[in-house]
Design a protein around this ligand. Structure first.
Ligand code: NAD
Length: 246
């Protein structure tokens, strides 16, 4: 039996990539998982695939930048499964450009989707968790939020902000049995990084001490740790990066 039997988990942006792997890993531990994404086609496909593997899965469309959409998702989860034990704020985008060339639109889109979203989604969920007097919140940050990165001033600022949010929510809710931690992935093989092209991918990979890009499952395993029954770790940021600390 897995460590998360009967736990209800919401994973935002879980139609594909890291979010999908997180959903799968939580299901393998016995959790019931909400597949939530802005892309309804991805939800239908992922929900069907994970259900066919025997998982208890609920697909709910949700745009994490829109409060009404978030409230509707949380209401659907509560009316279906009655509780929320685990929230993974995973949905995210990139709009890369060097500082001087970055437009206000690029800046704002990334701040809205990668940072403000966590504020908006965590609010209704932490209310439910407070009543339960237990919960696990895991935010998917990035090594870029810790160290910075060329061409990603918007993304670095959003992910650094997400780390600040993580540490503060951890303090404010510790007494209610709710932990809040962040996983900061390094260079992980998903559609987001494939978009960078072969040349950049091989240049970055050369610098990784472990000699390979991370897999979505490498990140999912760290999330499973924070989602688990151990309750004395909170406000932590775990870099999962194959040893590449830049
Ligand atoms: N891939 C990497 O190397 C890497 C590194 C560090 C951090 N991360 C972070 O991991 C998370 C997942 O990234 P990924 O690589 O799997 O990306 P991805 O693009 O493969 O998946 C992101 C998912 O989020 C969804 N999404 C986008 N905007 C949304 C919105 N407004 N509302 C709801 N869902 C939305 C997309 O539809 C997609 O399914 C992101 O937060 C990303 O910043 C990724």
């Amino acid at each position: 039996m897995g460590s998360l039997v009967d736990k209800v988990a919401i994973v935002t942006g879980s139609g594909r990539g890291i979010g999908r792997s997180i959903a799968e890993a939580l299901l393998n531990e016995g959790a019931q998982v909400v597949i939530s994404d802005i892309n309804e086609e991805l939800i239908t496909q992922t929900t069907a695939e994970l259900t066919s593997k025997g998982g208890k899965v609920l697909g709910v469309a949700c745009n994490v930048t829109v409060s009404e959409s978030i409230d509707k998702m949380v209401e659907t989860v509560i009316s279906t499964w009655g509780r929320v034990d685990i929230l993974v704020n995973n949905a995210g985008i990139t709009r890369d450009a060097l500082f001087m060339r970055m437009s206000e639109e690029q800046w704002q889109a990334v701040i809205d989707t990668n940072l403000t979203s966590a504020f908006k989604v965590t609010k209704p969920v932490v209310k439910v968790m407070s009543k339960q007097r237990s919960g696990r919140i895991i935010n998917i940050a990035s090594t870029t939020g810790v160290h910075g990165n060329f061409g990603q001033v918007n993304y670095a600022a959003a992910k650094a902000g997400l780390i600040g949010l993580t540490k503060t929510v951890a303090l404010e809710y510790a007494s209610r049995g709710i932990t809040c931690n962040a996983v900061a992935p390094g260079f992980i093989d998903t559609a987001m990084t494939q978009a960078l092209g072969e040349e950049i991918i091989s240049k970055v990979t050369e610098k990784i001490p472990m000699g390979r890009m991370g897999t979505p499952d490498d990140i999912a395993q760290a999330v499973v740790f924070f989602a688990g029954p151990g309750a004395y770790v909170t406000g932590q940021v775990l870099e999962v990066n194959g040893g590449l600390y830049t």
